[in-house]
Design a protein around this ligand. Structure first.
Ligand code: ZN
Length: 286
């Protein structure tokens, strides 16, 4: 599942390859890919002849700023969910490479003749059009519940202490809650808890100031390193050109069940916590 580093990688790709290119045509092949407006034709009509003048990211949401004839024309929101991905298909690609696969949900042709394709095997990915002047979270309701961005000034050990005070919820489960911190999923929660030396099942409210400091530092560091590496290799994640990231090569615990810990040699454990798998080292994490 794409997490913050993967979504940020996609954002950078979109910003490099799709800015200021007027949208010539849109075809919605699967209606459920469009969350709002409810009629996919209305979505297509809202975006056609628009250009994206900037791509932003908030948590795992991508937000394209739309202009039409140099006037603001609202926002294009995208959430990749489990398996959503964009593919850029160039006019010069061979006919075989450019044939849409059966999981293609939305096709967007730009005025230069190239195509931006939204492919989503599990089909949980969503798109929204937010009319000009409307608040993003009035249409993309999930955005209203997002906690701070991990790289923002408002996210630090003091914030974590306040937010987690008295909580019995395992810290691993808390990290996956988008209202605590935006953009973190299973991979980076496991990796940052290992880097901070904290057991995933520790009740959140029991973490002391030193542990919260370590956790904050580890989370920011792990996310930043993965953005630098272009996202992980664990999921179906591909960037716009179909390339996998390479963070997987340096994962310390995620999906390494039974393999020796890279620090101490103890076999990595996998436990279910809040319905999700947690990978951790019983010797390095307390
Ligand atoms: Zn270890």
């Amino acid at each position: 599942m794409p997490e913050l580093p993967e979504v940020e990688t996609v954002r950078r790709g979109l910003e490099q390859q799709t800015l200021h290119l007027p949208i010539a045509r849109i075809e919605v092949l699967r209606a459920r890919a469009v969350a709002s407006p409810p009629d996919p034709d209305a979505f297509a009509a809202a975006l056609v002849h628009c250009s994206v003048v900037a791509w932003h990211r908030r948590g795992k949401y991508l937000i394209g700023e739309l202009h039409r004839h140099n006037q603001p024309a609202g926002h294009w929101g995208v959430h990749l969910r489990m398996t959503g991905q964009f593919q850029l298909v160039r006019q010069s690609d061979s006919a075989c490479a450019s044939a849409p696969c059966p999981h293609t949900r939305v096709r967007i042709w730009t005025a230069d003749g190239n195509e931006l394709r939204f492919v989503d095997v599990r089909s949980f990915g969503q798109m929204w059009w937010v009319p000009p002047g409307a608040a993003l979270d009035s249409v993309i309701t999930g955005m209203g519940k997002l906690g701070p961005e991990p790289f923002s000034d408002s996210f630090d050990a003091t914030y974590l202490q306040r937010a987690l005070q008295g909580s019995q919820r395992p810290i691993k489960t808390a990290l996956l809650d988008q209202s605590l911190v935006a953009g973190v999923g299973n991979i980076y929660a496991d990796e940052s808890l290992f880097a901070a030396g904290i057991r995933p099942d520790t009740p959140s409210g029991r973490l002391n100031g030193r542990q919260l400091n370590n956790l904050h530092t580890a989370l920011v560091d792990v996310l930043q390193r993965s953005i630098g590496a272009g996202g992980t290799t664990f999921s179906d994640f591909r960037d716009l050109s179909g390339t996998n990231g390479n963070y997987g090569g340096v994962a310390l615990v995620y999906r390494r069940t039974g393999q020796p810990c890279r620090h101490c040699g103890t076999p990595i454990r996998r436990d279910r916590l809040g319905g999700r798998s947690s990978h951790w080292c019983p010797d390095c994490q307390h």
